[in-house]
Design a binder for this molecule. Structure first.
Ligand code: CTP
Ligand code: CA
Length: 228
């Protein structure tokens, strides 16, 4: 049976995607994490693969199966994620959907921390590397299209505009992750696509497109169509 051939607008393109949370160790048995399920990043990987791209997905710990035909690299911490992303370059398009933990514990315990009469263990936090900003600011291997996400619970558009400028990326997918929206862990997403063609125009040169509520698969398909 002859089927009409699928349009493969991203054929020959290398797409690099991050997804999921990161786990930052406190001691050998405990970690800091967040509520990201990885669903949006995995859906984008599947959509890009279906569009013909050669896709590498660097994911933190999630309970999702590898999308067919995608190279999946599983990591734990933000630092692991950064190293695997750097090793996966060059890419034509990089999409940073991971909810990277902003902080890790500086004084990680080599042994399990024990309850003592001296009180709670003090946890000192240090900032993790910013993977999106690091890759956006590369001079030699910067992918021609760098897309970030902005997870916000208030002042969504203004915060996302500031983020696109600060990080040096080309587009940002902004989404409201307030608990009432059910985005974190859920199957639907309401996003706004912020784009800028010229980095010199600052926040004034950023266009905002607001999309209706969609499934994460639909958001992925729309984003891939836009990229194509
Ligand atoms: N990101 C990243 N590495 C980090 C933190 C964030 O690559 N250490 C990426 C995310 O994958 C996302 C974008 O940066 O694409 C924005 O993440 P977000 O958490 O919304 O922004 P932050 O800059 O961390 O600011 P804040 O959490 O304070 O809003
Ligand atoms: Ca953050």
């Amino acid at each position: 049976i002859l089927r009409p051939r699928q349009p493969r607008p991203l054929a020959g393109k290398r797409v690099l995607i991050t997804a999921g949370p990161t786990h930052e160790p406190i001691d050998p048995v405990r970690y800091i994490a967040n509520r990201s399920s990885g669903k949006q990043g995995f859906a984008i990987a599947a959509a890009a693969q279906a569009a013909g791209a050669d896709v590498t997905l660097v994911s933190g710990p999630v309970e999702l199966r590898d999308p067919a035909g995608v190279t999946v690299i599983r990591v734990e911490s933000a630092r692991d994620m950064l190293h695997r992303v750097q090793a996966a370059l060059p890419a034509d398009i990089a999409i940073f959907a991971a909810a990277v933990a902003d902080w890790r514990v500086a004084n990680e315990g080599e042994q399990k921390l024990k309850k003592t009469s001296a009180g709670m263990p003090p946890l000192q936090l240090v900032e993790n590397p910013d993977i999106l900003a690091t890759i956006s600011k590369l001079t030699d291997k910067r992918p021609p299209l760098v897309i970030g996400f902005a997870a916000e619970t208030e002042h969504l558009i203004d915060n996302a505009k500031a983020k696109i400028a600060r990080k040096g990326c080309d587009w940002i997918v902004a989404n409201d992750v307030s608990p009432a929206t059910g985005v974190m862990g859920g199957d639907r997403n309401t996003v706004h696509l912020l784009t800028r063609d010229d980095k010199d125009t600052g926040v004034d040169g950023i266009q905002v497109e607001s999309w209706p509520v969609m499934t994460k698969e639909q958001v992925a398909a729309e984003l891939v169509a836009k990229i194509a």
